[in-house]
Design a protein around this ligand. Structure first.
Ligand SMILES: *Cc1c(COP(=O)(O)O)cnc(C)c1O
Length: 388
């Protein structure tokens, strides 16, 4: 089976992780700060907080921005469920904005319209989470302008997008957002097995997220409420979690960072080959926005539409031939958990027609840095046979 995505682990990665196993620290040692400095330096952002998953990063990001009961968080339905779940962990309500049918990112026009009516109804969101679908940045400058006009905060879910760029700056610079989150799950661009990071230029948000990832405990006398009892003293000043990344994960991530640009370049080369090989098939290949350089986490094509091929049949045909295609994503608002909330909040299955249409037509083809030209030819050949 050719999977839709997979990690690349080299001997250098294995050596880096093995060295940590032989060292004094398996957790809370020097590797995590080094990994954080590496990611922050790459992105040109002041603070990086490494955690055990992007899901955890989203959770502490929402808490740091003060999301709580009675607040609203808006995001796109075309994302992984974790993007919405972080709001529910905080007791907040979730609502969705339809997508742009070309980029599959949140539609800025739909966002503006919904904000205008929410302002009238007194139901504006506290946080909006744009997701850089497939690795291509949303139009962050436009979203940031809306944030200033309507007074919401912005978390970029850039789980797909490390190594990507927006308006000639790295995704993760937080130039147009409060916090940006990356995921290092093995299918993403680089991996730490499980892992994630939250990035920000705001020292207060960074301090708050650092506290929340480690039980709400501080060892900094400046932050303490009481006089330290002695050298052993620490204080729990808030309710936090154990969301820490291990030294093993950070060493793996640090080693992977060295190949990040190479990985993204290879993904682009493969994407161009797909474009070329699919050129005369009835499929819509990924649209490239002029403001973005995608990290190309996914190569999503759309088929069908009126009179077009049947996506579900295509999926089965390719899977039976060992081509690990996948669907990204089942619209979150149709998941039973969110459908039930929608009855109260006011959205329903048909509320986001672009997302629904996308879901019936989209299919992700295998794309990862170590996918060979030969394997890719096999994918394109099977696709050609299916659509002939
Ligand atoms: C992978 C992913 C997440 C969750 O990442 P984890 O590191 O597995 O918690 C969140 N959002 C999006 C868009 C993702 O693709």
């Amino acid at each position: 089976m050719i999977p839709y995505g997979r990690q690349d682990v080299t001997q250098a990665d294995i050596d880096a992780v093995t060295a940590v196993l032989r060292s004094d620290f398996l957790t809370q040692g020097p590797q995590v700060p080094r990994f954080e400095a590496s990611v922050a330096g790459y992105c040109g952002v002041r603070h990086a907080l490494a955690v055990n998953s992007a899901t955890s990063a989203l959770h502490i990001a929402c808490l740091a921005l003060g999301l709580g009961t009675g607040d609203w968080l808006w995001t796109t339905p075309i994302t992984f469920v974790a993007t919405a779940n972080c709001a529910r962990y905080c007791g907040a309500e979730v609502d969705f904005i339809d997508i742009d049918p070309r980029t599959f990112n949140i539609s800025v026009d739909a966002l503006r319209l919904k904000l205008e009516s929410a302002a009238v109804a007194g139901r504006l969101p506290k946080i909006v989470i744009p997701v850089h679908m497939a690795g291509q940045s949303c139009d962050m400058r436009a979203i940031y302008k809306l944030a200033q006009r309507f007074g919401f905060r912005v978390i970029e879910d850039a789980s797909h997008a490390i190594g990507g760029r927006y308006l000639d700056e790295p995704v993760g610079s937080c130039r147009y957002s409060d916090i940006t989150v990356f995921s290092f799950h093995p299918v993403k661009i680089i991996t730490t097995a499980e892992g994630g990071v939250a990035l920000t230029n705001d020292a207060k948000l960074a301090q708050r997220m650092a506290l929340l990832r480690s039980h709400g405990i501080t060892r900094d006398p400046v932050e303490m409420k009481q006089i330290p009892d002695g050298g052993w003293y620490y204080e729990q000043i808030d309710l936090g979690f154990n969301y820490r990344m291990t030294e093993l994960q950070a060493a793996l991530g640090l080693s992977q960072m060295e190949r990040l640009d190479k990985y993204v370049a290879r993904r682009h080369a493969l994407a161009r080959r797909y474009d070329y090989m699919l050129a005369n098939l009835p499929v819509q290949v990924p649209y490239r926005a002029d403001y973005a350089y995608s990290a190309f986490h996914l190569y999503v094509i759309r088929i069908g539409g009126a009179g077009g091929a049947d996506r579900n049949k295509l999926f089965d045909f390719l899977r039976h031939r060992g081509i690990g295609v996948n669907i990204h994503y089942i619209p979150v608002h149709t998941q039973p958990y969110y459908a039930k909330l929608g009855e109260r909040v006011g959205y329903h299955t048909a509320s986001f027609p672009q997302a629904s249409a996308y879901y019936t037509e989209a299919i992700s083809l295998p794309l990862y840095a170590t996918l060979s030209d030969k394997e890719q030819d096999e994918v394109a050949g099977a696709l050609r046979k299916a659509l002939a």
